[in-house]
Design a protein around this ligand. Structure first.
Ligand code: AMP
Length: 210
């Protein structure tokens, strides 16, 4: 199955992507994680993306389209994949279509802006593997430590309130139009994000059957 997870930054796409990835045994591909990795290892692409990312802006389309093109050619994508955080603009969605990638479903995770600002301030991510936690809603077993790889949990620079507001503005302006793009193709399934992660997961898995 070829899936897209759509939704505002902080809507919980990463967490749902992890669940679907295990359930369907297909890779979850996060352009945000790929860019953060590139930044850590200091590649040219990472350096190019750095300022956009830190200011809460989108990295230019041609950069992320190149990333996705390379990633989808890898062997583990043969039986499908979940795209988390791509596409984020209409030209990115059009590029996927042009690559001949036939998306089966687009899950749109809906969460209000106020809830997102509150969530983001409590979000912590593993600096090693990128797994996502929350100081109230998804606590790690050991405080400050990733349950998957033991890495340190940190707050992302772009999760600070001012940057979050900018990311939400960019989301409404550039990413939200994708909802009608995929609705017209009959692929959109809307999931209302819930306070309890397990409940959102239940709704997401039901939407996959729909
Ligand atoms: P994320 O982890 O998905 O919230 O992504 C973090 C940041 O990476 C975004 O705020 C953008 O700066 C950049 N980014 C990730 N995916 C994309 C994309 N598809 N298009 C443009 N920029 C992206």
């Amino acid at each position: 199955m070829k899936l897209i997870l759509l939704g505002a930054p902080g809507a919980g796409k990463g967490t749902q992507a992890e669940v679907i990835c295990e359930r369907l045994a297909i890779p979850a591909i996060s352009t945000g994680n790929i860019i953060r990795e590139a930044l850590k290892s200091g590649t040219e692409m990472g350096l190019r993306a750095k300022s956009y990312m830190e200011e809460g802006k989108l990295v230019p389309d041609e950069v992320v389209i190149g990333i996705i093109q390379d990633r989808l050619q890898q062997d583990d994508c043969k039986n499908g994949f979940i795209l988390d955080g791509f596409p984020r603009t209409i030209p990115q969605a059009e590029a996927l279509d042009k690559m001949g990638v036939a998306i089966d479903k687009v899950i749109d995770l809906e969460v209000s802006d106020e809830a997102i600002v509150e969530r983001m301030s409590g979000r912590r991510v593993c600096e090693n593997c990128g797994a996502s936690y929350h100081i109230l809603y998804k606590k790690p077993e050991v405080e400050g430590k990733c349950g998957k790889c033991g890495g340190a949990l940190i707050q992302r620079k772009d999760d600070h309130p001012d940057t979050v507001r900018e990311r939400l503005r960019v989301y409404h302006e550039q990413t939200e139009p994708l909802k009608s793009y995929y609705e017209k193709q009959g692929k959109l399934r809307v999931v209302q994000g819930q306070d309890a992660v397990e409940e959102t997961t239940r709704l997401t898995l039901a939407a996959l059957e729909d």
